[in-house]
Design a protein around this ligand. Structure first.
Ligand code: FEO
Ligand code: CA
Ligand code: CA
Ligand code: CA
Length: 636
């Protein structure tokens, strides 16, 4: 791996390379911090005196064989071993088939592509995009419509004629811009299984140049006005679309994550505005848009990056609708948006900010959701909160308001990280997806890993880009955290709009074959189900938690025995976790949804390095696979 050829890296790996942790871990410090595995868990349990905070780990430690048998019955599949090969594996009695792969036409006037030659600029906005990620399925009349994110590109695959996949022209830039964003597509199950309904009136590509509106506190602010948009309300494109969400009123929420990576400059002496640092906006970019498309040159358009980093609402039922950037939900590196309705009908949206030492957020609308009523302001008018976890197993949501932050509403919407630092939020180990349980009042967040946690640099403990020190805390309890954990919270009064909660750790990932201390993981991790770096996460309708990983797949050293990335099912009641799927080499598993009849589970396979799914001699293609049980019974 060299600095000059980084196209094979995921965004997270690229970020790591440009902001690396120390090469040598302070091993003595790690040992000093890490208590024995059993002792560690005992400590966590002791923190939560309330019954709810005891949670899974307590249940596990007291489980009887009868309970264990009952637990086993909740899993309808026989768990599978790890894999290190180039394809997808699912349990006995299940099978999978590709539904959509990068470059596949959505319209009949586009020819089937030869991936070795790439896609022409004319056709690049009419095909299934790159790097499939978060997705949701909508039932619209008789149709089933999937909205799915395309997070970033694999330059060398997408621009096969260009050296190292770096754009050589504005057309090359446009191809990359068109490969990303969102696909909306109708799907249907026929004799050949699930397929895209080519030419469906629902089919649509949304990309880096699609017209959209800014709404909420940042709309019309001086912070987001540009020469091309002096009113600060009409912007172009959605960027680095990672996780997703779905509203009860039938819209799709796409989440802009590492938006910073598209904005740079070739002006060597340009003085970067102060607020850029917190979001990692730097002169050199991975794509070189700024060399050919001056909208992305921050020396010419310094407000342009402040128009990205939002949750964007899309109406999948109308291919001509204008997507809306909901700035009231804050500007962060949004992972996903988990929507749930509070006891009184207000709309609650949980959101993670995926960067080492950034925060976990919650939005609560002012008004209540009324089915069939006006929903246009529910994501514009409300309060944004950030989480503070205490070491005693309790926590609170801190409001981000002019009173608490000393910032104006538009500043809170645009400089959300800075606002959250002012109120003393808890630094987290990279909050990825949040999932809310449909059969219990609780929510889960995957904290994927954090190489900077409690690690020293130049004799001082590392911080996030805002200077918040990454000391250990009970929700993020391991130094140099390479495996990750899933934190769970129970809102007070069984109300997601409540300002307080109790919490515990559903699981700490780890490797019990290599470690005997806290790095072995929690007691629901064993050599048969271990994994690292939980990331994508959704509940099915029965209340099983489906956990997807995006981590180290070297199968060596600290990761020996963990194989390729994978998807596992977790039982919130017992804490039991079992492996359901293994991915091809190099891929992460991310994004999932179910068919209307719950007989198909759609799962995203992103950035394989193996020649998946077309086989040896072919280019790797990010792909949604459709998984079914051979007896066609319900699986979600
Ligand atoms: Fe796009 Fe944090 O994953
Ligand atoms: Ca992710
Ligand atoms: Ca990740
Ligand atoms: Ca990723």
């Amino acid at each position: 791996m060299t600095e000059t050829n980084t196209n094979h890296l995921s965004w997270d790996e690229w970020d790591e390379l440009h902001n690396p942790p120390p090469a040598v871990t302070d091993f003595d410090r790690v040992v000093e911090r890490a208590v024995s595995r059993r002792g560690f868990l005992g400590g966590i349990l002791a923190m939560g005196s309330a019954a709810a905070a005891m949670g899974t780990l307590g249940n596990l430690m007291s489980s009887t064989s009868a309970q264990a048998q009952e637990a086993a019955s909740r899993f309808a599949f026989k768990p599978i071993p790890i894999a290190t090969d180039n394809t997808v594996h699912v349990p006995e009695g299940y099978s999978w088939k590709p539904l959509a792969k990068w470059g596949q036409p959505l319209f009949s006037n586009v020819p089937d592509i030869d991936p070795m030659k790439g896609v022409s600029v004319e056709n690049s906005d009419k095909v299934f995009g790159e790097n499939t990620d978060g997705m949701e399925l909508f039932v619209i009349g008789d149709a089933q419509v999937i909205a799915v994110n395309h997070e970033y590109v694999n330059n060398e695959t997408n621009l096969p004629h260009a050296p190292e996949g770096m754009p050589q022209s504005l057309d090359d830039v446009k191809i990359l811009q068109n490969m990303q964003g969102v696909t909306v597509m109708e799907v249907a199950e026929g004799a050949n299984g699930w397929e895209i309904v080519v030419d469906s009136p629902f089919n649509r590509r949304i990309h880096h140049n699609t017209p959209m509106k800014l709404s909420g506190p940042a709309a019309g602010s001086d912070l987001v006005k540009t020469a091309a948009d002096p009113a600060g309300v009409d912007c172009l494109g959605t960027f680095n679309n990672c996780g997703a969400g779905k509203t009860p009123w039938g819209t799709y929420l796409t989440c802009e994550e590492n938006f910073n990576g598209y904005f740079g400059t070739t002006t060597a002496d340009f003085q970067m505005p102060d607020d850029y640092k917190r979001y990692g906006i730097v002169a050199e970019t991975r794509y070189g848009y700024e060399k050919f498309d001056e909208r992305f040159d921050v020396a010419k358009n310094p407000n342009e990056p402040r128009r990205a980093g939002y949750v964007v609402e899309i109406d999948p039922s109308d291919a001509s609708s204008t997507p809306i950037k909901r700035t009231a939900l804050g500007r962060i590196k949004h992972e996903n948006a988990a929507v749930v309705i509070a006891r009184d009908g207000r709309v609650v949206v949980y959101m993670g900010d995926d960067e080492r030492g950034e925060f976990l957020y919650k939005y609560v609308s002012n008004s209540i959701y009324v089915p069939g009523g006006d929903t246009s302001k529910l994501l514009d008018e409300g309060t944004l909160y950030v989480a503070k976890f205490s070491d005693e197993g309790t926590g609170e949501w801190l409001a981000l308001t002019p009173e608490t932050t000393g910032m104006k509403p538009d500043e809170i919407a645009v400089f959300t990280r800075q606002a959250a630092s002012k109120v003393g939020a808890t630094t987290m180990d990279r909050p990825e997806w949040v999932a809310t349980n449909p059969v219990a009042i609780e929510a889960y967040c995957a904290l994927t890993n954090n190489s900077n946690r409690a690690v020293l640099k130049d004799g001082k403990m590392r911080t996030n880009a805002g200077g918040d020190v990454l000391e250990l805390n009970a929700a993020n309890p391991r130094a140099g955290n390479e495996y990750g954990q899933i934190v769970r919270w129970y809102p007070e009064n069984d109300d997601h709009a409540d300002g307080k909660f109790k919490w515990d750790l559903f699981v700490m990932a780890g490797n019990p074959a290599v470690h005997k201390d806290a790095y072995a993981g929690s007691s629901n991790i064993n050599e048969g189900n271990m994994f690292n770096s939980p990331d994508g996460m959704m509940f099915d309708s029965t209340g099983l938690l489906w956990i997807q990983t995006d981590g180290e797949d070297t199968n060596e050293g600290d990761f020996a025995g963990q194989g390729n990335n994978q998807m596992l099912a977790g039982d919130p009641v017992t804490g039991r976790i079992e492996r359901f799927l293994t991915a091809p080499k190099g891929a992460e598993v991310t994004g999932q949804t179910w068919s209307a009849d719950k007989r198909t589970h759609f799962v995203g396979i992103q950035h394989p390095s193996a020649p998946f799914p077309d086989g040896e001699g072919k280019l790797p293609r990010s792909t949604i696979v459709a998984i079914k049980k051979d007896d066609n019974s319900m699986i979600g």
